[in-house]
Design a protein around this ligand. Structure first.
Ligand code: HEM
Length: 410
């Protein structure tokens, strides 16, 4: 088959940089007056909250927003079922400088701590936050403002289908990823957060470039049934040490952050549905319950060397599980947290899609994987990108260390 396999590496690729800057103090902005004076009164690290356990009201247990890392990557461990993903960009002619971005992010962090506070819920959240998380990220241009060269560490190269996308669907300055089990909550919180940030007279001068509602079926941990009917998200960094190794940024002003990649795909489920069950499994390299075509446990690894008596790979050469396998790109594992989407339109049949969402500390891990998929993955014949972005998930924040302080501190 002439396949080239490079050994997987666990070597960390770190975002090294200058020493962390000073914290931004007194940033009020348009959120002045809402700044909480204390941490949300939750039980940080409560096992139930961390695991994303079901609650009687179906809204999940509170997830602490404050900490060295932001919520919404691996906290809670089971991603909330509903997601509102919003990408904003600066309005032409109203660029923000470092101080402006510092104030914006600090105010945003304060607002997030207010909205996620559980014991004394904010009046705008009369039912409390449930398991609400708000993850904040910045795009390449703002990353470069934080530290020269940092933008290159988050910027995506172009892939198959990228060139057809308008610039606004490949770029962005600010990312808000708002998730909760309560279906009404993400949109409500997005509306609250956008108040004052957008609009012609907004001090922050931002506009929404694109936004996507997305959802996941119930499950435990990162695994979910995707819109093609297959269990998805099985292979992940195994534990906290693997997350440290391949997902979290360990050094420099971005330490405690990670690099988020989002690619929104429209899926041709109708064409995929014309394949019989064997062929569908051959496209993925696993059966719908996850069982690798090389055999074994549904949650186990595929065996890329296993062959039929006729010498053909059991996990086909053009299957997704083989194409995306990290051993070919010499990559550590990315953490994948994809959500399903539905594209509705008047007068047209609704189309399913996937909001692919991954976290890694080297954008090259994603890029090399996607480039290999573009070359050899049959699944890509059923998927067309409709938006994409690489961005820096900001390090965590507390009452004393505002969101973005290490990057935009003066
Ligand atoms: C286009 C829609 C996509 C669908 C429907 C999809 C679906 C799946 C499924 C069903 C699996 C097997 C179960 C698992 O290990 O989670 C899988 C594995 C995987 N996918 Fe995707 N995927 C998509 C896009 C992507 C993209 C864009 C990437 C990254 C560039 C990617 C990277 C991976 C990786 C790294 C694995 C694990 C491979 C392994 O180590 O066994 N997928 N995907």
């Amino acid at each position: 088959m002439g396949e080239e396999r490079r050994p997987a590496t666990s070597r960390r690729r770190l975002l090294a940089g200058s020493a962390a800057g000073l914290a931004v103090g007194g940033a009020g902005g348009f959120w002045a007056g809402t700044r909480p004076t204390d941490e949300p009164r939750t039980t940080p690290g409560a096992p139930a909250a961390a695991a994303g356990v079901e609650t009687a009201d179906g809204r999940g247990l509170p997830v602490p927003a404050a900490g060295p890392r932001q919520a919404g990557v691996d906290r809670p461990a089971t991603p909330p079922r509903q997601l509102s993903f919003v990408v904003l960009g600066e309005r032409a002619g109203t660029p923000l400088d470092r101080a402006g971005i510092a104030a914006l992010l600090a105010g945003l962090g304060d607002e997030i701590r207010t909205l996620t506070a559980s014991e004394a819920p904010d009046p705008r959240m009369p039912d409390g936050p449930g398991n609400l998380t708000v993850q904040v990220g910045i795009g390449a241009a703002w990353a470069d403002l934080a530290e020269t060269g940092l933008g290159d560490r988050v910027r995506l190269p172009t892939f198959r289908g990228s060139d057809a996308l308008p610039g606004d669907l490949r770029d962005g300055d600010l990312v808000l990823a708002v998730a909760a089990d309560d279906p009404a909550l993400p949109d409500h919180v997005v509306d609250l957060l956008l108040t004052g940030m957008t609009g012609p007279t907004a001090p922050a001068g931002l506009r929404v470039l694109w936004a996507q509602r997305a959802f996941r079926s119930p499950g435990s941990g990162a695994v979910v049934r995707n819109p093609l009917g297959f269990r998805d998200g099985i292979i992940q960094p195994a534990d906290a040490a693997a997350m440290d190794d391949s997902v979290w940024i360990a050094e420099g002003p971005a330490a405690g952050g990670t690099i988020g990649v989002v690619r929104r795909f429209s899926l041709d489920a109708a064409a995929f549905g014309t394949l019989d069950a064997e062929e569908q499994a051959a496209v993925i390299g696993r059966r719908p319950d996850g069982t690798p075509l090389s055999g074994g446990d549904p949650d186990g690894d595929v065996d890329l060397t296993a062959k039929t008596p006729h010498g053909e790979y059991l996990v086909p050469a053009d299957s997704h599980a083989r194409a995306a396998h990290p051993s070919f790109t010499g990559s550590p594992l990315m953490a994948r947290r994809s959500y399903a989407i539905r594209v509705d339109g008047d007068g047209t049949a609704p189309r399913p899609g996937l909001l692919f969402w991954s976290f890694q500390n080297d954008v090259g891990v994603f890029a090399r994987t996607q480039q290999r998929m573009d070359r050899v993955d049959r699944l890509m014949d059923f998927a067309a990108p409709t938006a994409e972005l690489g961005y820096l998930v900001l390090p965590g924040f507390t009452a004393d260390r505002p969101l973005g302080a290490g990057l935009f501190g003066t």
